[in-house]
Design a protein around this ligand. Structure first.
Ligand code: PGA
Length: 253
């Protein structure tokens, strides 16, 4: 049985006060369930990570970063390494989020290096994949997701891949209010699991968690979570409101 996992991606939002307040409210509202019935993580901007780690130190909520760089240290102005994130108490890191792929221009090749760097540095990467609207309309969803997963995990042993969570986030559903229907999401999740089964052994494909992301909210979380291959949610906008995020966490239990 895969344990449900709900992660909040705060993107480039909050400030030094609201990040800590939001973390506090999420921790106090999920005392009994976070960690016990559902894994919960929040991914604040880099500059608030340490304050949020401290705020959540007595809770069972993990902290993740939204990105990392591929090198361990050195002359890489502006970048943050896996060991730095580990050093301040981060457990997770998002890799290949659609905004990094399509706004910042990250390639499959760079994202693969980030996944490898994250695992080598002791972090648990969340590999984000998903098709653009035009790709869905051209029936290329499976092809795009296959390319992103095969490339993202290239060269990694099954043991290393067991540290990875996959997040299927159709780009047309992110921040748009348009959610994939539970059936549309389930179809892709089942396809991803089948792909993992072809790439690795049966147990790994059974155990790996596949999250859905894209306008997840209190009103659709339970329906999404009822799908057989949806193991959790990667939540953007709704994770910035403690009540909404807590409702989503409860729906995942
Ligand atoms: P959204 O973002 O929930 O605001 O659509 C999801 C994500 O980008 O991870």
């Amino acid at each position: 049985m895969r344990k449900a996992f709900v992660a909040g991606n705060w993107k480039m939002n909050t400030d030094s006060h609201t990040s800590v307040n939001l973390a506090e409210s999420i921790a106090s509202g999920s005392l009994e369930i976070a960690g016990a019935s559902v894994d919960v993580a929040v991914c604040p901007p880099f500059v608030y990570l340490q304050a949020v780690v401290k705020t959540l130190s007595a809770s069972n909520i993990s902290v993740g970063a939204q990105d990392i760089y591929v090198e361990r240290q050195g002359a890489f102005t502006g970048e943050i390494s896996a060991s730095m994130l580990k050093d301040i108490g981060c457990n997770y890191v998002l890799c290949g989020h659609s905004e990094r792929r399509h706004v910042i221009g990250e390639t499959d090749e760079l994202i693969k290096k980030k996944i490898t760097a994250a695992i080598s540095g002791g972090l648990l990467p969340v590999l984000c994949v998903g098709e653009l609207l035009a790709e869905r309309q051209a029936n290329q969803t499976n092809e795009v997701v296959t390319r992103q997963i095969k490339s993202g995990l290239a060269g990694l042993s099954a043991e290393k891949v067991s540290a990875v969570t996959i997040a299927y986030e159709p780009v047309w559903a992110i921040g748009t209010g348009l959610t994939a229907t539970p059936q549309q999401a389930q179809e892709v999740h089942a396809f991803v699991r089948k792909l993992l089964l072809q790439m690795y052994d049966g147990q790994l494909a059974e155990d790996i968690r596949i999250l859905y992301g894209g306008s997840a909210k209190p009103g659709n979380a339970a329906d999404l979570m009822r799908q057989q291959d949806i193991d959790g949610l990667l939540v953007g906008g709704a994770s910035l409101n403690a009540d909404d995020f807590l409702a989503i966490i409860r729906a995942a239990v």
